[in-house]
Design a protein. Structure first.
Ligand code: PMP
Length: 468
């Protein structure tokens, strides 16, 4: 689906009154969920005693309490009560081959049995994993592994500051780059600014300059405004837009934005933590034909094996990274006991080998498109304005369009939060049909089938039917 159509249709949804689930039907759905998941309820009560709010995760649904999982295989997972679900959340994109992939597990089990899980020294597997990333990502010449996507993004901006000698970064409104101080402004909701930036000194956030997506004039203005107050070291961006494309970019934006960034001596960083591998082996950069200076990876790189992240880029820029050795130029110190560990780099290497098998990515894209078609057909029959689209293995489903609410009135943030909050009620209706969804921010794996999609479209239909 084209950018202009996505933006217009989301705007239309945001202008319509919010559709609410029928109260009586919702009460029955809640009752059914509670009846089916007593062990999860028990574990959540116990977790609250030992873990703050009982929660360490941002991605799984939590209404009325999260599911505790027993095991997974392929596109399916089973909770501790024995309920089976088709998983369209996939840890926000980390699982790409599917849950518990046999070939990948066998490679890793062999490695552990024949060698070790971790030794903390240098290993040939680091080279092999880096070579695989370089082979596929067009802009990447060197790779440093980190322990998470958030760390990769933090490393990327330190690298940029060190390389350019400039101070500030530009972040686009609504984009997410992990929980590092510098990125905790205007996350996910365009215009929300420092809504959840607690615990971060405002001076730190003053170094992050916010720019609206698609606004090249604002971008250029930000560069010139800050040129004499530290300068801009880098623009960091989710290539498909905020929330991996729920707030999409106009198709030709990056090429023009890179040109502006380079004119002011700044680097252009693609945060491909979600898009990397999921939009194809070369990530969004190969799909869009765009050459960023620096790329961050995570999630699907290791199909769920920890600890997953990498910062990559052009050789000259990447040479600015150090692990503490003294040098003749201002190096950016980036380290980590587990970074580049044997198990992680091996998982990355063997995962990419699996994805390289003929037909694997092509099939992923076909099943993703099948899902989108089935959802859109159903939404049309039901005469709702909802719509779905995909970027490779990333599925976006627009239902309440919180991020398309114009933040022009003082009540707008409350409206945005209501539109986001209600999605957890919508989701429960889908979960009860055996399908796990993040309600708009779904993912698909290489193990999903067209039959899974039939069941998921029916589950969404059951949800649509209770709205009024
Ligand atoms: N960047 C993007 C675009 C992400 O979606 C995420 C995670 N949701 C991150 C960075 C942070 O990655 P991690 O959770 O592995 O730290």
């Amino acid at each position: 689906m084209k950018h202009s159509e996505i933006v217009e249709r989301a705007r239309n949804i945001a202008q319509e009154p919010l559709l609410k689930p029928n109260r009586e039907k919702m009460a029955l759905i809640l009752e059914e969920y509670q009846r089916k998941t007593p062990k999860s309820a028990y574990f959540f009560r116990t977790a609250k005693g030992v873990i703050p709010h009982g929660s360490e995760h941002t991605l799984p649904p939590t209404h009325p309490y999260p599911l505790f999982i027993d095991h997974g295989r392929g596109s399916h997972i089973w909770d501790v009560d024995g309920n089976e679900f088709i998983d369209y959340i996939l840890s926000g994109g980390a699982i790409l081959l599917g849950h518990n992939n046999e070939n990948l597990n066998r490679s890793i089990t062999d490695l552990i049995q024949n060698r070790t899980n971790f030794h903390g020294y240098y290993d040939e597997m680091e080279i092999k994993a880096a070579q695989k990333i370089i082979e596929h990502f067009p802009s990447v010449e060197k790779v440093r592994f980190t322990s998470s996507g958030a760390e990769a993004c933090l490393a990327a901006i330190r690298l940029a500051r060190s390389y350019t000698g400039k101070k500030k970064i530009i972040k686009f409104r609504s984009d997410y780059h992990g929980w590092g101080d510098a990125f905790m402004t205007d996350m996910e909701i365009p215009g929300s600014e420092r809504l959840i930036a607690h615990g971060i000194p405002s001076e730190v956030l003053d170094l992050t300059v916010l720019v609206s997506q698609d606004d090249l004039n604002e971008l250029e203005e930000a560069f010139s405004t800050h040129a004499n107050s530290g300068g801009i070291a880098a623009v960091i961006v989710e290539p498909m837009g905020g929330e991996s494309g729920l707030v999409p970019f106009e198709e030709s934006f990056h090429k023009k934005a890179i040109e502006i960034a380079h004119r002011y001596g700044a680097l252009y960083i693609f945060d491909e933590v979600v898009t990397g591998l999921r939009m194809g082996l070369g990530g969004a950069q190969a799909a869009l034909g765009v050459m960023p200076d620096v790329t961050t990876l995570g999630k699907a790189l290791m199909n769920g094996y920890p600890s997953c992240g990498a910062v990559c880029g052009k050789a000259d820029i990447m040479e600015t990274l150090s692990t503490g050795l003294p040098g003749d130029r201002p190096y950016a110190y980036v380290a980590g006991t587990l970074a580049g560990n044997l198990l992680s780099v091996s998982a990355a290497y063997y995962n990419i080998l699996e994805l390289e098998r003929p037909g694997v990515i092509g099939r992923l894209f076909r099943v993703a498109e099948d899902y989108v078609t089935k959802l859109n057909d159903m939404f049309q029959v039901k005469k709702r304005g909802f719509f779905a689209y995909n970027y490779g293995g990333i599925i976006r489903i627009e239902l309440t369009a919180p991020h398309a609410v114009p933040l022009t009135s003082p009540d707008a943030i409350a409206e945005v939060l209501t539109r986001r909050g209600i999605l957890s009620h919508y989701a429960l209706a889908v979960h009860n049909q055996g399908v796990l969804t993040r309600m708009g921010r779904d993912m698909i794996s290489c193990s999903h089938t067209e039959e899974d999609n039939d069941r998921a479209a029916k589950a969404y239909e059951a949800m649509v039917d209770i709205l009024e």
